[in-house]
Design a protein around this ligand. Structure first.
Ligand SMILES: [Zn+2]
Length: 226
């Protein structure tokens, strides 16, 4: 989602009608209600999270239980919220209480993981690594994480940044977001097509061992790829 958000900002595009057969995400509760598929979606969310952040989802889950406000929020989300909350720190979560869910020890607001206070500063710096400027940094954050006043924190940080000010009117070309190093073979593979003298090859490389599989193909359709 983060990549799409960045890529799409460069284009003007038209909306297109798709039949509901091909379009399950808008109503996934009824259209993708099989248990295995739900499981898959969560795995995918966790996978995206672990790829995008240098802090693992387990570390966030542990910190969530240790954070005084977030651990209370966790219990409220699990067991039900009171009619009102006294603690001002809980108020922003209370306002979203009907949109919060728990998965794998993490608290989610929609597709976004709520980050405990101890990691917010570090993630803010990570979001700012490439000096994307205000709106792109916000878009990047919006793809996968949230905490109260996140937008304000990003605004403060970007306004103080001279590098962001410098690049404000000269948009960077497709910024690179570095991958986390794989720790074992097969943990992550990168797949793409390569073209050479009119021939197409499906190239698969294991990011740990750099092992290559190169398969000549006649067509690059998704059906063929699968
Ligand atoms: Zn900056």
């Amino acid at each position: 989602m983060q990549r799409w958000a960045l890529i799409l900002e460069a284009y003007q595009y038209d909306m297109q009608y798709r039949s509901s057969e091909q379009h399950r995400n808008c109503d996934s509760l009824s259209r993708l209600s099989l248990h295995e598929i739900e499981q898959e979606e969560t795995e995918e969310g966790i996978f995206t999270l672990d790829m995008c952040l240098t802090i693992s989802s387990q570390e966030i889950a542990i910190a969530t239980r240790r954070d005084p406000i977030m651990s209370r929020m966790f219990d409220f989300t699990l067991n039900g919220w009171p009619a009102h909350v006294e603690d001002a720190g809980l108020q922003p979560f209370f306002d979203r209480r009907n949109e919060l869910t728990l998965e794998k020890g993490l608290i989610w607001w929609g597709m976004r993981v709520i980050i405990p206070e101890m990691f917010r500063g570090r993630l803010l710096l990570e979001l700012h690594e490439e000096h994307l400027g205000m709106s792109r940094t916000k878009a990047l954050a919006r793809g996968y994480l949230w905490w109260p006043y996140l937008d304000r924190d990003i605004e403060d940080m970007v306004e103080r940044s001279s590098a962001c000010a410098y690049t404000r009117n000269t948009p960077k070309e497709s910024p690179l977001h570095s991958w986390i190093w794989a720790s074992r073979p097969g943990q992550r593979v990168h797949i793409d097509y390569a073209e050479y003298e009119g021939h197409f090859f499906l190239v698969i490389v294991d990011s740990f061992s750099k092992w290559l599989e190169v398969i000549p193909v006649k067509s690059t359709t998704s059906r063929n790829t699968i």
